[in-house]
Design a protein around this ligand. Structure first.
Ligand SMILES: *[C@@H]1O[C@H](CO)[C@@H](O)[C@H](O)[C@H]1NC(C)=O
Ligand SMILES: *[C@@H]1O[C@H](CO)[C@@H](O)[C@H](O)[C@H]1NC(C)=O
Ligand SMILES: [Ca+2]
Ligand SMILES: [Ca+2]
Length: 166
């Protein structure tokens, strides 16, 4: 009897809630964490900066995810702004082979894209990095020179956290 009672208490104490957890300063949205940086940097600097924060430069895999990014930027800026943000897409290795460069030496092919009309145009002969152009509420993609200075968006996977509720 006494054993059963302790067992019941033990089981109750082991009940856990699993919830998404983001690094400091990141906002949780649909299982991913985002941080819009106000700093302006080249694409490669932006990439390093995100990695220092335990994240990667933004990867947009679906239209749903792009809508989340549009929501974050709209919340930040409203609808009256034109601003470019770096994401981790690039065609550095081979012209017009656009890939997400998530960490050193690792990349994967884009299977969702949202290029603006006439883009990517490899403008200037070496536009090899992806900017997400926010034009108030909506975003559209463009390729531009990797050396330009732009704000950027970092993304981290939400960590599962166990919370003891007993
Ligand atoms: C697109 O890529 C993602 C992740 O790389 C994958 O989960 C998904 O199945 C792919 N979708 C298509 C249509 O290939
Ligand atoms: C794309 O970028 C070029 C400069 O790199 C700019 O002239 C053009 O207006 C941009 N287009 C869009 C749709 O943002
Ligand atoms: Ca290019
Ligand atoms: Ca372009």
């Amino acid at each position: 009897m006494k054993f059963l009672k302790s067992l019941v208490i033990l089981v109750v104490q082991l009940c856990v809630l699993v919830s998404g957890q983001c690094p400091n300063g990141f906002e949780l949205n649909d299982n991913s964490c985002y941080k819009v940086s106000a700093l302006e940097a080249s694409w490669i600097e932006a990439k390093s900066f995100c990695r220092l924060l335990g994240s990667e430069l933004l990867v947009i895999e679906t239209a749903t995810e792009e809508a989340i990014v549009e929501g974050l930027l709209t919340k930040l800026h409203g609808s009256h702004i034109d601003e470019d943000y770096w994401a981790s897409g690039a065609d550095i290795a081979r012209e017009n082979d656009w890939r997400w460069m998530t960490s050193d030496g690792v990349s994967f092919r884009m299977n969702y894209t949202h290029w603006g009309a006439g883009q990517p145009d490899n403008g200037g002969g070496n536009s090899n990095c992806l900017v997400i152009h926010f034009h108030g509420v909506r975003t559209i993609w463009n390729d531009t020179l990797c050396s330009q200075l732009h704000s950027f968006i970092c993304e981290a996977r939400a960590q599962e956290q166990e919370v003891i509720v007993g």
